[in-house]
Design a protein around this ligand. Structure first.
Ligand code: PLP
Length: 397
């Protein structure tokens, strides 16, 4: 017997919270843990553009035969268009290659495994804090994870000097994980001049940027959110991107993302691509089709693309409104502490600054669920639940 040697795994800190939330019988409970977009009625809708694309697919799809190892070709091209825009040098110089992969998670895992299998690099630097799953994914792939400073709790802002100081220790060939936009969990992004500094640092030290791009369009807009990536890609010879369409197309359960590699020239890119495909082949052989066909259909059709962009804008603007309303409602509830930093942050998440005891009280006494680190999913707030949330926070402060 061997299975009796297995030790119970700890519950995932975020998905475990969702389980506890589901089991909570209170009618006015609120889940601000997991990063899922909710509309004003508290639902996670299927976008109209997605439904229309699915109808089209249902009518035109003729086979369920396997995709190639790298997935749907039109999808991979569309991904590059979203990441780099149409006139970026990495595209005209054919230095970028893209393989469809299952979600942002699968894309990160394939990128990391590709590096471990084919290069001497064994270290990845991630921000402190970062998305909790980064550690699991990279360690499972055989990388050593090191942290760079990022967040200043006192000012609720970026500590860019700390970031640069930590990265003095990074060595040539190390991967540098960068959140393309809407940093998870802090909601604080680099500005353009900071991106310039990081790009130059990568060039000077030979670091390989690995972009985690899970929220394109949730910050300032589809093009605006790609500025950092595009700038870095114009300076460094090599980089990797793991992107996800879980959030910006609402395709959470379709598991759709991609891994993109930019090399110094076309020949190296092609060679590297053969090994990305080899990594995929030994992991899951080839990806599922539906999510990729939806995204390719939308991005390949002028009207559907316009509709998608409008829907994405609506999601982005609703979250921004909730940030403002949250700060206002806290103040109406008599909270004197300054939470105005929340309205300046980007994307689905903010770091509230609430401590573990306060987070525990929110859950136990008020049925308001947020992650132990104090991360709040602003995307789960609505006009209807705002009073409940803010009243509870006012009680625990
Ligand atoms: N990267 C970051 C920063 C995320 O927040 C998430 C999801 O929450 C992912 C990657 C993974 O996305 P997916 O659900 O597509 O695997």
């Amino acid at each position: 017997m061997i299975f009796n040697q297995v030790v119970l795994a700890p519950a995932d800190p975020i998905l475990g919270l969702t389980d506890a939330f589901k089991a909570d019988p209170r009618a006015d409970k609120v889940n601000l843990g997991v990063g899922i977009y909710k509309d004003e009625s508290g639902q996670t809708p299927i976008l109209k553009s997605v439904k229309l694309a699915e109808q089209k697919l249902l009518e035109t799809e003729t086979s369920k035969s396997y995709l190639g190892i790298d997935g749907v070709t039109a999808y991979n091209q569309a991904v590059q268009g979203l990441l780099f825009g149409t006139d970026h040098a990495v595209m005209s110089e054919k230095r970028a290659v893209t393989a469809q992969a299952p979600g942002g998670t699968g894309s990160l895992r394939m990128a990391a495994e590709f590096v471990v299998r084919n290069t001497a690099s064994r270290t990845v630097w991630v921000s402190n804090p970062t998305w909790a799953n980064h550690n699991n994914i990279f360690q499972s792939a055989g990388l050593t994870v090191k942290q760079y400073g990022y967040y200043d709790a006192a000012s609720h802002d970026i500590d860019f000097d700390a970031m640069l100081t930590s990265l003095e220790q990074a060595e040539s060939g190390d991967l540098l994980l960068l959140h393309g936009c809407c940093h998870n969990p802090t909601g604080i992004d680099l500005n353009i001049s900071q991106w310039e500094v990081i790009a130059q640092l990568c060039v000077d030290k030979g670091l390989i940027p690995l972009f985690d791009f899970a929220y394109q369009g949730f910050g300032a807009g589809v093009e605006e959110d790609a500025q950092g990536l595009r700038l870095v890609a114009s300076k460094v010879p090599e980089l990797l991107v793991a992107n996800s369409f879980s959030k910006n197309f609402g395709l959470y359960n379709e598991r759709i993302g991609a891994v993109t590699l930019v090399a110094e020239n076309e020949e190296t890119a092609k060679c590297a691509f053969s090994q990305i495909k080899s990594t995929i082949r030994s992991s899951y052989s080839n990806p599922p089709a539906h999510g990729a066909l939806i995204v390719a259909t939308i991005l390949g059709d002028v009207e559907l693309r316009q509709l998608w962009e409008a829907e994405l804008t609506q999601m982005r603007e609703r979250i921004a409104e909730m940030r403002v309303l949250f700060v206002k409602t806290l103040s109406e509830q008599g909270v004197e502490q300054d939470f105005s930093f929340i309205s300046a942050q980007n994307g689905m998440f903010s770091f509230s600054g609430l401590n573990k005891e306060q987070v525990a009280r929110l859950k136990e006494e008020f049925g308001v669920y947020i992650v132990g680190s104090g991360r709040i999913s602003v995307a789960g707030m609505t006009r209807a639940n705002m009073d409940t949330i803010c009243r509870a926070i006012a009680q625990v402060l």
